[in-house]
Design a protein around this ligand. Structure first.
Ligand SMILES: *[C@@H]1O[C@H](CO)[C@@H](O)[C@H](O)[C@H]1NC(C)=O
Ligand SMILES: *[C@@H]1O[C@H](CO)[C@@H](O)[C@H](O)[C@H]1NC(C)=O
Ligand SMILES: *[C@@H]1O[C@H](CO)[C@@H](O)[C@H](O)[C@H]1NC(C)=O
Ligand SMILES: *[C@@H]1O[C@H](CO)[C@@H](O)[C@H](O)[C@H]1NC(C)=O
Ligand SMILES: *[C@@H]1O[C@H](CO)[C@@H](O)[C@H](O)[C@H]1NC(C)=O
Ligand SMILES: *[C@@H]1O[C@H](CO)[C@@H](O)[C@H](O)[C@H]1NC(C)=O
Length: 565
């Protein structure tokens, strides 16, 4: 074979890229989101915390294992791993650990902490050192409301020899994204009459979802959790007042047993109050944990810190509900794929993770002049979580059947392909639905969501000692559906069965087999782009699965029966 002459220019370019490689799968969404105000450059010796997502091993075997332990048809169903066993599979190679260590030490970075699965490294250093380590990065301070963060809005590079060992570096680009919870008033036509209710409360939910007063938790080892990333807190006094006002008839706890992370003072947040009050009244009499604002250092990312915390705690509640979400297109592929692996890790341990599907319907992204597409949200679009959409009562003041809530997030991922467990249900939807939005608006081959739904409209919440009506959003439906699963886990533990773990394979299997475990929602559409082609409408609910309400809302006795096997 003959030699090829390498032009000198190319050669020298290559030398440059060896010395300072560009990151192959860049984690480089570097714009400043709306609402954040630039305060100024940090001083060189300001502290920053960098989080290194180290390359894991055996992801393929992990994925297969998750498939088996989550599939009721497999002989390995429910045989979950301990955190230690999981760590033995995924932990980075010796080479990865030592290469990264040496690189950091060469730059004088010694203050690093690892986690039990050894696949994340969190290091404290000074801004000037971080900027030398990751050329291109430049740390600035940004502010929104009372919160300040330190971020770099220019892309960073890492040396080529490091890129096989690092998925991404956290603490540079992503800004915290609060999901706004809505409180809006409806027109009340006429006054309250007999048989009418004035909003959703625990007893209305228990009535609609067929929970009797004795459907409460009773297993001492069962526990449930919700996570908050909004720099806001619940107040124990609000929770006890809520339970006095709305907790009659069924036994429940009025106190959170464990707060992981800071529990600050100040005003309570509506979202935080909502989560805690509804998780504890559907999942009644179950020990409750709140993960509260992890990642308080201004250079940390709260959602990422929560994910990392899960891999550093061997004893955790079995079910977690979270209402964080971001537009898929605002996040890097490298970040989303790695977080998806973190969800697989949780699934291998038997954890059930529920995410709110979002409050923007199908969403809308302006691609170009006059060209729009729907806008999927992550982690709602991850194939390894259960995503919860929203409904409202057909008659808002009666416990009637449910219709789609027009805000209910739903659609098709542009990043994650459709998983096998949902392919038959989604193809049926795509083939049998007469009027679908134009195909250019969504990706028919992507993971479709939500999986399930619950009421998301017109809730009562007590916050700062005041009962507030009209609170709406999938942040409300998510803890409610979670509560139903906490109760099912409780019964499973009593029977000596494993917890449910990652629910979707079992759920889709059940539903494809004609189960009545969920109330099918067949009416109403959600919102999307306001343009000439779709006129503000996204997808519509149909019989069976649909991308607005998934399979529907829980009928507790039937769902329990179906999942108690
Ligand atoms: C993980 O937990 C250990 C032991 O509790 C702790 O020392 C370490 O700092 C934790 N790691 C991180 C990244 O927080
Ligand atoms: C659940 O409640 C509905 C309405 O209250 C009732 O029609 C239905 O029979 C109940 N289903 C079960 C399984 O209890
Ligand atoms: C509430 O849960 C505890 C275990 O955490 C259990 O001992 C108790 O019996 C439960 N209460 C009822 C009324 O079932
Ligand atoms: C609860 O968990 C502890 C520790 O894992 C175990 O020893 C105990 O038997 C469990 N209790 C029940 C009722 O299963
Ligand atoms: C559609 O989704 C697939 C993953 O299922 C992805 O590979 C592809 O890039 C997506 N197409 C667009 C146009 O985003
Ligand atoms: C489907 O339902 C039938 C009858 O209820 C049952 O015998 C069968 O095991 C179910 N199949 C699956 C895959 O769950």
């Amino acid at each position: 074979m003959g030699h090829r002459l390498v032009p000198p220019l190319l050669l020298s370019l290559c030398l440059v890229c060896f010395a300072l490689g560009t990151y192959p799968e860049p984690d480089q969404s570097v714009s400043t989101p709306e609402g954040w105000v630039h305060v100024g450059r940090v001083t060189p010796n300001d502290d920053v915390i960098l989080t290194f997502a180290l390359k894991q091993q055996h992801i393929g075997s992990l994925e297969q294992l998750v498939g088996r332990v989550s599939d009721p048809g497999s002989s390995q169903y429910g045989q979950f791993l301990s955190l230690e066993e999981l760590g033995a599979i995924v932990q980075p190679s010796r080479e990865t650990l030592s290469t990264v260590r040496m690189w950091l030490e060469k730059h004088g970075i010694h203050e690093c902490e690892t986690i039990q699965t050894r696949d994340f490294l969190s290091c404290r250093t000074q801004a000037q050192t971080a900027e030398q380590l990751l050329p291109g990065s430049q740390f600035h301070r940004y502010m929104k409301d009372a919160q300040t963060v330190v971020r770099s809005t220019s892309p960073y590079k890492i040396p080529n020899e490091l890129s096989p060992h690092i998925d991404f570096v956290g603490g540079l680009h992503r800004f915290p994204t609060p999901r706004q919870i809505l409180s809006h008033k409806r027109d009340i036509q006429g006054q309250a009459r007999a048989g009418f209710h004035l909003g959703v409360t625990p007893s209305i939910l228990r009535q609609r979802y067929n929970l009797s007063d004795s459907d409460i938790g009773s297993h001492p080892n069962n526990s449930q959790a919700c996570a908050q990333f909004l720099e806001q807190y619940f107040h124990p006094a609000d929770l006890s007042e809520f339970m006095v006002l709305f907790g009659r008839g069924f036994q429940h706890h009025s106190e959170v047993d464990q707060v992981v992370g800071p529990q600050g003072g100040g005003r309570a947040g509506l979202e935080a109050s909502l989560d805690v009050e509804y998780i504890m009244s559907t999942g009644a009499n179950i020990s409750t944990w709140v993960f509260s604002n992890p990642g308080r250092h201004e250079s940390q990312e709260p959602f990422l810190e929560w994910m990392i915390l899960l891999s550093n705690m061997s004893a955790l509640p079995w079910v977690h509900t979270i209402s964080y979400g971001d537009d898929e297109d605002s996040l890097s592929i490298a970040f989303m794929q790695r977080i998806n692996v973190e969800f697989m890790k949780a699934a291998s341990r038997g954890l059930t993770i529920l995410f709110a599907s979002g409050d923007d319907g199908a969403g809308c992204r302006h691609v170009d002049k006059g060209i729009n597409t729907f806008r999927p949200s992550f982690p709602a679009s991850s194939p390894y979580v259960t995503t919860v959409g929203g409904t409202s009562f057909k008659n808002p003041f009666q416990v009637t059947r449910e219709v789609s809530d027009y805000i209910s997030g739903g659609g098709f991922s542009n990043v994650f392909p459709m998983p096998d467990y949902q392919a038959p249900a989604v193809s049926r939807y795509l083939q049998s639905t007469a009027k679908l939005p134009p195909q250019s608006y969504y990706n028919r081959s992507g993971r479709a969501y939500p999986d399930v739904a619950a009421l998301s409209d017109n809730y009562w919440v007590v916050t700062n000692r005041v009962p507030i009506p009209w609170v709406s959003g999938t942040s409300a439906s998510t803890p409610v559906f979670g509560g139903v699963l906490f109760l099912i886990n409780d019964r499973r533990l009593h029977k000596g069965l494993s917890p449910l773990g990652f629910l979707n394979p079992a759920l889709y299997r059940l539903q494809l087999n004609g189960s009545q475990a969920l109330y099918d929602v067949t009416e109403g559409c959600h919102l999307s782009c306001i343009d000439d082609l779709v006129l503000g409408q996204g997808f519509c609910a149909t019989p069976s699965w649909d991308p607005v309400t998934g399979w529907g809302t829980p009928n507790f006795p039937e769902l329990l029966r179906a999942l108690l096997l």
